[in-house]
Design a protein around this ligand. Sequence first.
Ligand code: GAL
Length: 695
Amino acid sequence: MYYGCDYNPEQWLHEPAALDRDITLMKKANINSATLGMFSWSSLEPEENQFRFDWLRSVIDRLYAAEIAVILGTPSGARPHWLAAKYPEVLRVNARREQQLFGDRHNHCYTSPAYRTRIGIINRRLAEEFAAHPAVELWHLSNEYGGECHCENCQKAFREYLENRYETLDALNYAWWNTFWSKNISSWDQIESPSPIGEGSVHGLNLDWRRFVTHQTKDFMLYERDCLKEVNPDIPFTTNLMMSSEDSSMDPGLNYWQLARELDVVSWDSYPSWHLPGYKMLALESDPTEAVDDYRRASEVAFQHDLFRSLGGGKPFLLMESTPSNTNWQPISKLKKPGMNITSSLQAVAHGSDSVQYFQWRKSRGSFEKFHGAVVSHRESAEDRVFSEAAELGAKLNKLESAQVFGSRISAGAALYFDWENRWAFEDSKGPRNDSRKAYVETVKAHYYALWSQGADIDIVHSGSDFSVYKLIIVPMGYLMPEDTAARLASFVEAGGNLITTYFTGMVNESDLCYSNGTPGPLTEVLGIEVSEIDPLYPGERNSMKTPASGVSAGLKLPEYSLRDYCELIRPQTAEVLAEYGADFYAGSPALTRNSYGRGQAFHIAARSEDSLHIELYRKLLEECDLLDHCHGWNLPAGIDIRFRGDAVFIMNYSADNQVIEIPEDRAYRYLHEQLDCSGRLELPAYATEVLIKE
Ligand code: GAL
């Protein structure tokens, strides 16, 4: 278990006593790890080939002596001035073909030979200096890989990538449907990456560009890794991934399924907008008149935790960054209320994290992040609220070490489909709606909420996953549905699985070409339906669905649900109709269907509905599949979430009210924090978490 933080001691080298004070405070806060070096390049190599490792060695030695493990970063996330001045090709070129000036961070070209040469030199030197140091337990490659570059080196690499993928221009022209608008390509060097001043309307090109950016970033990451592993192959490595935002400008734009399969350990950085009215990301202009819904926000964060656990194949992941109080880059840097830091940190552990790491240990005195939350404030006081809570959490995590939590796996019988290629292709599509209500990520999260809020453990899956290990799989808006994925979903149902798909599923193949047998393409037989049209609704427009006059089927008595945004018109082939539309020219036609297929069943939700439909439908299926057994007996008030990992039960209060929880009579638990049996009623203050240990 790692409990620690990003630590940037190079900012205080002029004040050697700061290190002593830091270590004293770290011990007080029960910190056992520190992540160093991600932004240290100019302190490690102030001029080309002039290396200064002494300061880092002395920090690592001191931490080691204090029994604090080191996660050592490679510095490629921010380059020194001299490097950009001497090798301008390392500076990114944006989609408008403008080369950027030196500045900011995370903005180097992943293709640039000069950048690779220089990062290769510094990484090898770092490894030679520190890979044998007993304090160094994990490499942390770069920082939040992301973004793209459109320079000539990247164009060349993109063309090579395409040549490799398609072999002939005929194949490429076909896949991109280039006869449309006379786009046929007759020579590889006519290909250019998408640009606002050039090509933007060829969907196949846009999709392949996104694939290429992932490919190139992964290639760079593996190059960084190899330079370190050449020196000592035994130290595992990670890179810190980011959350998937609805707002694509805040998203790294990478297919993490591709990156994650290379990592020894998956880790991620969590910065949710706790206490924000409504539950949208701040960047999406949350409605200030909506109530604060931290329970719903918790579901969004839980989705991310489950995603990162699934990205690592179910192994424990690491929460690499989180703020102990506020996040200064958000439009409003709200404080975490008392209890919230402990609760959000333990939520990560409950979902499979083997760490809680903060950004940052100590606030910088100057520049961009001087007002970002930190364990240690500018006044360096152990009496601060934030510090005290961090210390309290450290003590709790230490106690958890004996509860068979860390290292343990969570086994989920339900899976939710979330696929980056699907996201990119869907978001790029023109029509049937082009406004913010397309909402792929938001839709996935809404379906996640319906599972999570009932206590289910959930894995996240993608087009390449093994589906056979689940009992229930939900595919919201599986627009891009490769034939082999569809075939594996069909086998899953045939063998007894429960599949649920929604509107906008099975429309295009992996080249974003519409299926010529119509929608849902290769899922037609398993779903037993054909989609004939799709009607997008204007923002205030509503339809409804309800059980048909012929009565209840599949044991489901559904009330009337309100519908918005999308209504598919479907013709059942072999499927039975569970609900029909209530209005418009398609009133009375199917809105929800169920098809028996082999030993299993496949449902199709043809329209975007309110949450209650998903909640009711999934509850029935989760119960039928015995996937809620672990929650039986717990009747929790609104705003409380309960999770089980190892011998621990995490009861988390995401409401602003004190709550009382009834412990089921047939269970024996003790409190984590004291050797006391826990039975009867448990009082949980606002935003607090109680951890119980099974006796
Ligand atoms: C992360 C980044 C950190 C720090 C943090 C502030 O995205 O990895 O270096 O900048 O944001 O919230």
